[in-house]
Design a protein around this ligand. Structure first.
Ligand SMILES: [Zn+2]
Length: 61
């Protein structure tokens, strides 16, 4: 029981993404907004993606 591809959507730009089989913890880049996304969960052919905070220097807030 394996699916050729998984689907998910970008949490940032909400683009529907079709991704190759990935496992939790892998990272992908959204082709639309170029954000780096981490696979939080994989279930039922769907991936749950979470954007990774880019570690920029904090200039103070
Ligand atoms: Zn995106």
């Amino acid at each position: 029981m394996s699916t050729a591809t998984l689907t998910g959507s970008c949490p940032e730009c909400e683009t529907d993404l079709t991704v190759p089989p990935v496992v939790r913890g892998e990272t992908l880049s959204c082709p639309e907004c170029m954000l780096t996304l981490r696979v939080e969960d994989v279930q039922e052919g769907q991936v749950v993606l979470e954007m990774i905070e880019v570690q920029l220097r904090d200039w103070g807030q």
